[in-house]
Design a protein around this ligand. Structure first.
Ligand SMILES: Nc1ncnc2c1ncn2[C@@H]1O[C@H](COP(=O)(O)OP(=O)(O)O)[C@@H](O)[C@H]1O
Ligand SMILES: [Mg+2]
Length: 226
């Protein structure tokens, strides 16, 4: 871990409105995350983890407060600029993998690089490197719908990595994996950690209670960090 602040969350609130009801989902969240840190956001279903990750990624806007990514206020940027910042700095991994099932592993992992303006051979090199880190090179030409859950999640890791973002956000990444594949996933997270990536994982999987690499467990209860 370095002293460089990668993610700053300041007095963050998110309230949803349903008819005349106000549903306060996040309340007064403050958190500073430094380069190379691995943060495990731990909380039961409904505690606000996904809402918080969406705000960090700039996919949603807070009701009050702000999120800074390497000093840039992603929560205040118009959507187009927030997307640009996200594409450069953030890779995301989800519970349901969110891959294009009718495309191959190679194609899924290539997609984030299409807007990059890189040359074809540079794109191929970056894809091969990401597939290697995620331990999925051997399935490169396989149709995603033919993969096992574990292989899909490793493809999603490669996709999250390929544009070389400094920040990796994971939302319940092992919720649909068996124990062996969850442990494999965690091994690869350890590799990303040793590469110096800043990692935030939202989970209630007890396997994350005893990671073999340095991490900080941040408990969330009812929309607050406790
Ligand atoms: N768009 C929304 N409108 C209303 N309520 C929402 C919305 N999104 C999430 N919530 C509510 O916010 C709470 C926290 O949800 P979420 O962030 O998904 O929690 P977690 O990921 O920890 O399970 C839940 O009670 C959920 O129903
Ligand atoms: Mg969730």
């Amino acid at each position: 871990m370095t002293e460089k602040l990668m993610i700053q969350i300041e007095d963050l609130y998110r309230t949803f409105h349903q008819g005349n009801n106000e549903i306060p989902v996040l309340k007064e969240i403050n958190l500073n995350i430094h380069e190379g840190e691995c943060i495990v956001l731990k909380g039961v279903s409904g505690s606000g983890k996904t809402t918080l990750l969406s705000l960090i990624a700039g996919l949603d806007k807070p009701s009050a407060g702000k999120v800074l990514i390497e000093g840039e206020p992603i929560s205040k940027l118009p959507d187009l600029f927030a997307s640009e910042l996200r594409a450069k700095k953030i890779g995301m991994i989800f519970q349901h993998f969110n891959l294009f099932e009718h495309l191959s592993v190679n194609e899924n992992v290539t997609i984030p690089l299409i807007p990059s303006g890189l040359k074809m051979n540079e794109i191929h090199d970056k894809v091969d490197e990401a597939l290697k880190v995620a331990n999925i090179s051997h399935k490169k030409e396989t149709l995603t719908s033919r993969l096992s859950g574990g292989e899909k999640q490793r493809t999603a890791i490669a996709r999250a990595l390929v544009a070389d973002p400094n920040i990796i956000l994971c939302d319940e990444p092992t919720a649909n994996l068996d124990r062996d594949n969850s442990l494999l996933f965690i091994d690869i997270l350890g590799k990303l950690h040793s590469m110096g990536k800043t990692i935030v994982i939202a989970t209630h999987d007890p396997l994350f209670d005893s990671l073999s690499f340095e991490n900080t467990i941040v408990p969330m209860v009812d929309g607050k960090i406790v």
